[in-house]
Design a protein around this ligand. Structure first.
Ligand code: NI
Length: 173
């Protein structure tokens, strides 16, 4: 088990198409453990495999700090939004997009199908903040970052900032 490097925008791996997971073995378990450790160290409430350089359909979430009664730590394998309802606007940030938060319009409620660590098909319904986290992390599996939802101007300003960091080799760690 170890804390992994979190890839930052504009790392190409964050834009790659991810592969479905079909082998539920110790390798998967150790990847889930690495992701848990990396997420808690950051700290964050969600992490997607591409963020640690793995192009596979796996996310981990822990939203207990925001919503009581939700499962504490959850790995979701091959997650997909199968139903949604309503909309909400909430503030988001991302461990791969430093020094930026922005309001994003999301579904208010989502139903997500996924597989657990044993490969069993599961389904869960989430709303409010938990639903936002799930949508944000599932977006990562499709190469989508929350900054893609910003206005063109805000996005351009952020890209300019990142360019400057990279040019000066001062990308915040
Ligand atoms: Ni993110």
């Amino acid at each position: 088990m170890s804390i992994q490097k979190i890839y930052k925008y504009p790392a190409p791996v964050l834009r790659q198409k991810t592969e479905s997971i079909s082998t539920f073995d110790d390798t998967l378990l150790s990847l889930v453990r690495d992701m848990a450790e990396t997420m808690y160290d950051a700290p964050g409430i969600g992490l997607a495999a591409p963020q640690i350089g793995q192009s596979v359909k796996l996310i981990v979430v822990d939203t207990t700090k925001d919503k009581e009664g939700e499962p504490r730590f959850m790995p979701l394998i091959n997650p997909e939004i199968v139903a949604h309802e309503g909309t909400q606007i909430d503030e988001e940030g991302c461990l791969s997009v430093l020094d930026l938060t922005a309001t994003v319009k999301r579904y208010k409620k989502v139903t997500v199908s996924y597989q657990d660590l044993q490969g069993q098909a599961q389904e869960l319904s989430a709303e409010d903040r938990f639903a936002v986290v799930l949508q944000h992390e599932i977006d990562h599996l499709n190469g989508i970052l929350f900054l893609d939802y910003l206005s063109p101007l805000k996005r351009a300003l952020y890209k300019k900032k990142v360019k400057k960091w990279l040019a000066e080799e001062e990308y915040p760690a």
